[in-house]
Design a protein around this ligand. Structure first.
Ligand SMILES: OC[C@@H]1[C@@H](O)[C@H](O)[C@@H](O)c2nc(CNc3ccccc3)cn21
Length: 449
């Protein structure tokens, strides 16, 4: 990196991110109901090594220690999610006060340490009881979700001033309803668009409810992956347009522009429904920010065999790849922020996830974890974010994914994204070199990049 001023705006929010099912453990403690991930992981063969979130990072019991560790690292913010089924074991109806109290105490502890909470209401762990009623395929889920959000807003708003409705509706739909790799494990061309639409209606209903009871900020967290055509051929250009619409425009266009990308009907054909105008009005609630999860890009080619988008990823031989086979491409973050700025009139953005799984060396005798690849990844992506800010993007914060090594969904514990190493046998936490590096970045507001 050439040395140049990378100081960030005053009050830029530096932190880390996690999600409930990936770190908490004790999924059924204190009256909590099961989620679809509780069911998924206990179905043989669905996670690598049969790993489950039964214990994970034991954060449900070690949360004070973890907040103290964030404070010791000088972190200013913490993005976490609420396990819906802890608060509403049936997904709706009676509130489980012990579940709600866990999050209330966590928020108070964060605030007591000068750490700003950013709270995600749904990070994939749908209450199983709602899945039994159709889950994201049931149109009633919009008000089930808004009623749950209302419980959280009334309990925590004011102490929590940054809310996100959903984490990555694209992954919920693509993984949970189209390809089936994630809970609830459906594989249906017809269910996927329905799930997408009901996720967006639920998002809109929660934002609408917030406008009547909340006093602070609410947004939507999306994973965006810039698509670069592998060649100038018409086929590759068309495939790139389809892939971009499917992963990027499919969620932000309805929220900001009130319509789905036209490519969606080309992708889904007869499986793509027409929705009433009232739905689009509900979805198109004004947001206070976009939460952007950025990890990688895709060099995209025509791939007739790659159902249903018919777009494939072209490996870049000279590139560095992470343990999840994602190309390290910081420029993609700059380009994605520019796309948001230009297409949606420069809304405020928080980078709500950015990070990488690499094969980390073991904890050395001196207690170090020399995760140099992750330090380099963070340095380059924070630099790429700064370049977008210099070009006019209104980026207000950056949450590194993740605070802790954690349960990586169907990949189990095999992939480590944490700035802090977890010894799952002892639950010992060990800040990696990347945590020490990130502490210096935070303390200098980006100057020590
Ligand atoms: O995979 C790392 C994280 C994951 O642990 C988070 O829970 C989730 O919010 C998350 N989203 C992405 C990016 N999107 C994505 C793309 C393809 C498959 C799965 C996730 C990465 N991550």
């Amino acid at each position: 990196m050439t040395q140049h001023d990378t100081t960030f705006p005053e009050h830029f929010l530096w932190g880390t991110a996690t999600s409930a099912y990936q770190i908490e453990g004790s999924p059924l403690a204190d009256g909590a109901g099961p989620s679809i991930w509780e069911r998924f992981v206990h179905t043989p063969g669905l996670t690598i090594g049969g790993d489950t979130g039964d214990v994970a990072c034991d954060h449900y019991r070690r949360w004070r220690e973890d907040v103290r560790m964030m404070a010791d690292l000088g972190l200013r913010a913490y993005r976490f999610s609420v396990a819906w089924a802890r608060v509403l074991p049936e997904g709706r109806g009676t509130v489980n006060t012990k579940g709600l109290d866990f999050y209330s105490r966590l928020v108070d502890e964060l605030l007591a340490h000068g750490i700003t909470p950013l709270t995600t209401l749904f990070h994939w762990d749908l209450p199983a009881a709602l899945d039994d009623r159709g889950g994201w395929l049931n149109p009633d889920i919009a008000h089930w979700f808004a009623d749950y959000a209302d419980v959280m807003f009334k309990a925590l708003d004011g102490r929590v001033r940054h809310w996100a409705t959903l984490n990555e509706p694209w992954v919920v739909t693509d993984g949970g309803y189209l390809h089936g790799a994630l809970a609830p494990g459906h594989r249906s061309l017809y269910e996927a668009p329905i799930a997408t639409h009901h996720l967006l209606r639920a998002h809109g209903a929660a934002v609408q409810r917030y406008r009547s009871v909340g006093k602070h900020q609410i947004g939507l967290v999306v994973n965006l992956e810039p698509k670069y055509a592998a060649s100038d051929s018409a086929a590759d250009q068309a495939a790139t347009r389809r892939a971009h619409a499917y992963m990027n425009g499919q969620y932000l266009d309805p929220v900001f522009l009130g319509r789905y990308p036209e490519e969606m009907r080309e992708i889904f054909g007869a499986a793509w429904p027409e929705w009433p105008a009232a739905d689009h009005e509900l979805i198109k609630q004004k947001l206070d920010f976009i939460g952007l999860n950025y990890y990688t890009r895709s060099v995209t080619r025509d791939a007739p065999e790659a159902w249903p988008v018919r777009a494939g990823r072209v490996i870049q031989p000279q590139a560095t790849y992470t343990e999840t086979s994602w190309e390290v491409f910081p420029q993609g973050l700059t380009d994605t922020l520019a796309w948001i700025r230009e297409r949606y009139a420069n809304p405020p953005v928080y980078i709500t996830e950015n990070g990488a799984a690499f094969y980390d060396p073991p904890v050395a005798e001196n207690g170090r974890v020399a995760d140099a690849l992750r330090v380099d990844y963070l340095r380059k992506h924070i630099g790429a974010m700064h370049a977008a800010i210099a070009a006019g993007s209104d980026v207000r914060g950056y949450m590194a994914w993740s605070l802790l090594d954690n349960f990586e969904w169907s990949l189990g514990f095999a992939k480590r994204f944490g700035l802090v190493h977890i010894n799952y046998a002892t639950q010992q936490r060990t800040p990696k070199d990347s945590a020490r590096y990130y502490s210096r970045v935070v303390a200098s507001n980006g100057a020590a990049l």
